[in-house]
Design a protein around this ligand. Structure first.
Ligand code: C2O
Ligand code: CU
Ligand code: CU
Length: 444
């Protein structure tokens, strides 16, 4: 209570930054100006790409997660720039309506910059979605979740490793959950339907959200836009960078308080109050949303087998995790042809799930299939040990981030639409991303 306010970094003076609202076909030009102080809010640790002597400690570059943009407007990590500089980016907004978000992407320090507060929502709309008459205006809320360690002085604390062999913390978890930058906030809602754009902006935490009223979420969209039909879900699971577009109905709950929970910790209160507004009447939910035509696996011209999290013990550094067995600075190996369809089979060699994200594209999940880790380790042989599991309905829409489960090969199918050039793909667990679990890819 007597503590000074917590210092955060943000965009336009707020964290999360302002919600950017775009319409399909109406491009944006955004000048991202670095007005940060010259000293980092958090200690720069000795992560693999964090503190290199020719690089300023404070640098940033913005990336719109899920946006199909050209290679020079995507937030290439090594294009991060120092305070006093700016970069003008062009966003065509030539893609379907979706819940996107923007955040820092500076090489080696993304985990620190996002942790400090550099993230915000970016909602892309289109006329077909508008025609569905989903709750909008004040009845539509972006809800960005992340966890932070708040120290006794009320300030952000980023965990530091005390293990000399492992100079970085492999997953930073907090003791406090922020909802739109606030700790356990409340919002007054009317007894009607609301549309919530749930975004997991945490460094490492995954969420299993539910409502204390035991009402379901009606999920209408995932990372890259609308699902074919609304889905009732008691729990919504989100790994880092995943999004869920949901409708929640507060009708009949006048005077009550509904909590958003993770899984039992309250994160946010909805206080239902009838303000006598005639708009409080809920409109009906559409039964069909948007077709998601399946990409035919037979149209794929190439399948890439890509390992996730191979330990690199060459230098005795057991904490380095790689994608495809390669480091960030190794020559480019993923080089899809423009407009070609590829299957990427993500072979998880670790004991944990990794949220794998590809820039530029949207994709579909084909299946998760169990495999024999021993055969891989011994002979580099990919031996499946059972049938593949197709994605459940809430994961069967367009995605840009996929949970690669342990003991599984997670197979996705991608049509590489976009402008040729260099982009990145990476684990969105930010500690992993900053420590070699990121690779360039080149669209030819
Ligand atoms: Cu959320 Cu490389 O991005
Ligand atoms: Cu992205
Ligand atoms: Cu990871």
């Amino acid at each position: 209570r007597d503590l000074p306010p917590t210092t955060l970094w943000g965009y336009q003076g707020s964290s999360p930054g302002p919600t950017l609202e775009a319409k399909r076909g109406e491009p944006f030009l955004i000048e991202w100006a670095n007005a940060l102080p010259t000293h980092h809010l958090l200690p720069i640790d000795h992560g693999i790409h964090g503190a290199e002597k020719d690089r300023p400690d404070v640098r940033t570059v913005a990336h719109v997660h899920g946006a199909r943009v050209g290679p020079n407007d995507d937030g290439w990590p090594e294009d991060a720039f120092a305070p006093g500089h700016s970069l003008l980016y062009h966003y065509p907004n030539a893609q379907d309506a979706a819940t996107l978000w923007y955040h820092d992407h500076a090489m080696g320090i993304t985990r620190l910059n996002i942790y400090a507060g550099l993230y915000g929502a970016y909602l892309l709309r289109d006329p077909e979605e508008q025609a569905l008459a989903l709750p909008d205006g004040e009845h539509e809320l972006p809800l960005i979740l992340c966890d932070r360690l708040i120290a006794r002085d009320g300030q952000l604390y980023y965990p530091v490793s005390d293990d000399p062999a492992a100079p970085w913390v492999s997953e930073a978890y907090g003791n406090a959950t922020l909802c739109n930058g606030k700790l356990y906030p409340f919002i007054e809602v009317e007894p009607r339907r609301y549309r919530l754009r749930l975004i997991n902006a945490a460094n490492a935490r995954h969420y299993e959200l539910s409502l204390s009223s035991r009402h379901p979420f009606v999920q209408i969209g995932s990372d890259q836009g609308l699902l074919p039909a609304p889905l009732e879900r008691m729990r919504v699971e989100l790994y880092p960078a995943e999004r869920a577009d949901v409708v929640v109905d507060f009708s009949g709950l006048d005077g009550q308080t509904v909590e958003l929970r993770q899984p039992s910790e309250p994160l946010l209160q909805f206080r239902v109050r009838n303000r006598g507004d005639k708009n409080a009447v809920s409109v009906a939910m559409p039964t069909a949303l948007r077709a998601v035509p399946r990409i035919d696996p037979a149209s794929a011209t190439r399948e890439r087998i890509l390992t996730v999290g191979e330990m690199d013990d060459a230098n005795g550094n057991a904490m380095m995790m790689t994608l495809g067995g390669h480091h960030w600075s190794d020559p480019i190996t993923e080089d899809p042809l423009q407009d070609s369809v590829e299957i990427w089979s993500l072979v998880n060699l670790t004991g944990d799930a990794h949220p794998i994200h590809l820039h530029l594209v949207r994709f579909q999940i084909l299946e998760r299939r169990p495999y024999d880790l021993f055969a891989w380790n011994e002979r580099k042989e990919l031996k499946y040990t059972g049938p593949g599991q197709p994605p459940p309905p809430h994961e069967a829409g367009w995605k840009d981030t996929v949970r690669a489960d342990p003991d599984m090969v997670t197979r996705i199918i991608v049509r590489f639409e976009g402008e040729p050039g260099k982009y990145v793909w990476h684990c969105h667990l930010l500690e992993h991303e900053d420590n070699e679990m990121m690779r360039p890819f080149k669209l030819l």
